[in-house]
Design a binder for this molecule. Structure first.
Ligand code: ARG
Length: 266
């Protein structure tokens, strides 16, 4: 009997403690109480603002397709948007650790990343392309992957351009991969002859080539990918809310409208 009372008391205590715990301790529950975010009342987006037209700096402000998509999601959820700029290869860890709510960075869904984070529905397609100098002997993906090939390939560190060329070229003994913190730095290395080509997503490739003279993008497509937002596996309520909002924005044409603003459909 004593034992039973003890255990009843204990469970009552546990219950009341749990009740305390569920109160918004730091106030980071949204008004509806349905989900929590990293910062009260805010949707925090982790990105790498060196990837035009998805995210880039314009007079000190982070702008671009992903920034506008995040703003539209935040709006739907009644949250204020905060954007944190960081190295591309810090985004996954930041999301995993709950320091930001949503990783939005032209990020490709890959099986390895899916072990670390959950991806929302895909909102855009990316294509890995090859940038070369106008007089380059490299004319296609096949030239890079050919037996006996030996090129130096520039990439942005830890992007899929890095991951794929590391496997297909470096580890296959067909050349080396030079990794840069920014895509634009890899493009500068191409311009100055430090690398023979750059492998990067097609839209930033167009933006970089427009800025630097004497470069071109090869017609050949290396890999076709799906972009999505990365979110923590530990916050299913927020994942649900964001994913639903994003799906609605896709369905009502808002996302396409944002993309068309930055990318001329032709
Ligand atoms: N799509 C590529 C990837 O996921 C490159 C993304 C780079 N994004 C950026 N904001 N720098 O790996």
């Amino acid at each position: 009997m004593k034992k039973l009372i003890m255990s009843l008391l204990t469970s009552a205590m546990v219950l009341s403690m749990a009740a305390c715990g569920s109160a918004p301790a730091s106030g980071n529950t949204d008004q509806s109480g349905d989900f929590t975010t990293a910062v009260a009342g805010k949707l925090t987006m982790a990105t790498n603002a060196a990837f035009p037209p998805y995210e880039y700096l314009e007079s000190g402000e982070i702008t671009g397709i992903d920034a506008e998509i995040a703003a539209a999601i935040a709006d739907k959820l009644g949250l204020e948007l905060q954007i944190d700029d960081m190295e591309f290869d810090s985004i996954t860890e930041t999301i995993k650790g709950g320091k930001a709510d949503i990783g939005l960075a032209g990020m490709t869904i890959t099986p390895d990343r899916q072990e670390e984070v959950d991806f929302t529905v895909s909102y855009a397609t990316g294509i890995q392309v090859i940038i070369v100098t106008e007089d380059s002997a490299i004319t296609s993906v096949d030239d890079l992957l050919a037996e006996g090939a030996n090129h130096v390939v520039g990439v942005q560190r830890n992007t899929t351009g890095d991951i794929f060329t590391t496997g297909d070229i470096e580890e296959a003994g067909k050349g080396t991969v030079d990794r840069y913190s920014k895509g634009a730095d890899a493009v500068q290395a191409l311009k100055t002859g430090k690398v023979d080509c750059v492998v990067i997503d097609n839209e930033p490739a167009k933006a970089f080539v427009a800025e630097v003279e004497g470069l071109k993008i090869l017609e050949t497509e290396y890999v076709i990918e799906d972009y999505a937002a990365a979110m923590s596996k530990d916050n299913p309520a927020l994942y649900e809310a964001v994913n639903t909002a994003l799906q609605e924005l896709i369905d009502d044409g808002t996302i396409q409208g944002i993309i068309d603003k930055y990318i001329n459909a032709n």
